[in-house]
Design a protein around this ligand. Structure first.
Ligand code: ZN
Length: 60
């Protein structure tokens, strides 16, 4: 048990699917992401095609 660290804060990120023919292709979706200790720092999957997001950037 090592729960004495601070609660991780979710960061609002824009995740964009880059899968050709996916309905969400090139459409950025804002969602909270928790940073991971190991790279890639932010991980997400497209809700439409299930592919791992390769394009996750902070909300400006
Ligand atoms: Zn997709």
């Amino acid at each position: 048990m090592s729960n004495d660290d601070e609660e991780p804060t979710p960061h609002m990120m824009i995740a964009t699917c880059r899968t050709p023919h996916c309905p969400m292709n090139n459409i950025g979706e804002i969602a909270p992401f928790y940073p991971n200790a190991t790279p890639p720092t932010y991980r997400g999957q497209c809700a439409q095609c299930g592919q791992t997001h390769t394009d996750i950037v902070p909300v400006p």
